[in-house]
Design a protein around this ligand. Structure first.
Ligand SMILES: Nc1nc2c(ncn2[C@@H]2O[C@H](COP(=O)(O)OP(=O)(O)O)[C@@H](O)[C@H]2O)c(=O)[nH]1
Ligand SMILES: [Mg+2]
Length: 495
């Protein structure tokens, strides 16, 4: 069993041998190979106003992506890590132009004057933010857009007729389960699927703070909705898991300043009956006439940055004894679900990035071979198919999603073991087998065999329901692959 990067590289090399050296195809093949060593590309997708740009800023940790329907929110924009800030626009005929970028207070303003959004194919932003070190995030204009033109940008980017898909994995934002969301996720899965493999896809229940009417106990409603989505038959098989996130609150928490904390303390010192009354709606909070409240502009700013729910949570936290800005920021961040989303992205995407990138490359290679038939392309297409069909990670990721929604009928300790074994705590062999990072190959192999026997025995229990028995089969397969990988490493050591 070869690792996915090596296997994709050898397919690209085999393709090189099919075309004369002067053929244009070689430039495309070079680009495909290069992609295997570039950072993983994750796109944020969903309908307009789903909260994509706000969430992207939350993940980056700064307000860089423009939010609301301003002009450049209509163009696919890629945010990648780099020491020197730089913004470039890709024009339709392959031309690339630099765009001046200015920092305005705490946000980035792109000066796209002179360029019409319909003339820009893509914008690339290089920015020195920690949140994108090692992962490239892509903001998209919206799937079920009011204008067909705008959704077409996203479609062409993610599901191009030719060339590599723009992203290796997708975070799909939805606010409730809408038919258009299901249709899009299904399309994504069908178009990119070969064998068992597909683009990585997790769903975010976005703007979660708006679900429970911004009441302090909203978390209950949020969790209920997220669980309902995780268990919904419509999403089965088309996304790996569902995470509720209040992106605005998360971003507000990360960018919170001492002055915000002081304002919250001032508000919290007022009688609760009074703040409850003005905090009934955002409108009322902003327009209430009272000398005890901060200036109207300041209140408007708080609503824009934390939302009604965020302000209520902050007041409750301060009244409950939180004593400094750092602690308040941490509490709001926890409540936002943003950290949990980061963890899920780590496990589902970053942890298996080699595989996801290889899948993108092999998928693009598939299209390229079909568009440029030559002697030998048929055989190579068959090997590419075989490569994709051997992918087991997607099954593992779906299982992790099922475990987190409590859909397996296994005792707690076994569920924990299963989650770890299929990569839920990290992709390394030691992590999967719950051994120290410095465990030796033979130790790991013994542990893997031990696990294999246990999960095989469990699967053979005739009383198991179908879904649990399938879970055991996936665990078994994970053990088989672990053992094969460990044996291959051992051979490598003697080679
Ligand atoms: N209450 C609340 N509002 C949000 C949240 N995320 C985004 N918004 C607001 O929803 C609007 C659209 O957000 P934006 O990020 O531009 O959505 P996009 O079109 O999907 O990129 C903006 O006014 C945001 O302030 C959230 O988590 N909670
Ligand atoms: Mg946007």
């Amino acid at each position: 069993m070869r690792n996915p990067t090596e296997s994709a590289t050898s397919l690209v090399n085999a393709a090189r041998r099919l075309y004369p050296v002067t053929d244009d195809v070689h430039a495309q093949l070079d680009a495909l190979e290069a992609r295997l060593t570039e950072p993983l590309r994750v796109a944020l997708v969903g309908s307009v106003k789903a909260g994509k740009s706000t969430l992207l800023n939350g993940l980056i940790g700064e307000r860089i992506a423009p939010t609301d329907a301003r002009e450049c929110t209509r163009v696919v924009t890629r945010y990648e890590h780099g020491r020197v800030p730089r913004v470039t626009a890709h024009l339709p005929h392959g031309e690339i132009v630099s765009i001046p970028a200015r920092r305005q207070s705490d946000r980035l303003e792109l000066d796209v004057a002179g360029l019409r959004p319909e003339d820009v194919r893509q914008i690339d932003v290089t920015w020195p933010a920690e949140g994108i070190a090692g992962i490239t995030l892509i903001d998209t204009p919206g799937t079920a857009s009011v204008t067909q033109e705008v959704s077409r940008c996203t479609d062409q980017f993610l599901l191009p007729e030719e060339g590599a898909a723009g992203a290796d994995a997708v975070v799909y934002l939805l606010r409730s389960l809408h038919e258009t969301d299901v249709r899009y996720l299904r399309l994504l899965k069908e178009r990119t699927r070969h064998g068992n493999a597909a683009i990585g896809a997790i769903a975010v229940l976005s703007r979660a703070d708006e679900l429970g009417s911004a009441r302090l106990d909203a978390q209950v409603a949020i969790n209920e909705t997220a669980n309902r989505l995780r268990n919904s038959p419509e999403l089965e098989g088309i996304c790996e898991t569902v995470v509720p996130v209040a992106g605005l609150l998360g971003l507000g928490a990360i960018t919170m300043k001492q002055a915000d904390y002081t304002t919250f303390v001032r508000l919290a010192a007022l009688p609760a009956a009074k703040t409850d009354a003005v905090l009934l709606t955002a409108e009322r909070f902003i327009t209430a006439r009272s000398t005890e409240l901060p200036a109207e502009r300041e209140r408007n700013d708080l609503i824009e940055r934390f939302g009604l729910y965020g302000i209520r949570l902050a007041l409750a936290a301060v009244r409950g004894g939180i004593e400094d800005a750092g602690a308040l920021s941490a509490e709001l961040l926890r409540r936002s679900g943003l950290d949990e989303l980061r963890r899920v992205i780590d496990v589902h995407f970053t942890g298996r990035q080699a595989e996801l990138k290889a899948q993108s490359v092999v998928f693009a290679l598939h299209q390229l071979l079909r568009h440029h038939p030559a002697e030998g392309t048929e055989e190579l297409l068959a090997s590419a198919d075989q490569h994709m069909a051997t992918s087991h990670t997607y099954a593992e990721m779906q299982l992790i999603g099922r475990i987190s929604s409590g859909r397996l009928d296994l005792p707690g300790p076994l569920t924990e073991e299963l989650e770890r074994l299929v990569g839920g705590s990290g992709a390394s062999a030691a992590c999967r087998l719950n051994r120290d990072a410095d465990a030796t190959g033979p130790e790991l192999k013994l542990a893997a065999v031990d696990h294999l026997l246990r999960w095989r025995e469990l699967r053979e229990n005739p009383l198991l329901d179908r879904s649990t028995s399938m879970a055991c089969a996936i665990a078994e397969q994970s053990c088989v692959r672990l053992i094969a990988g460990l044996e291959e490493n051992a051979e490598g050591a003697f080679a």
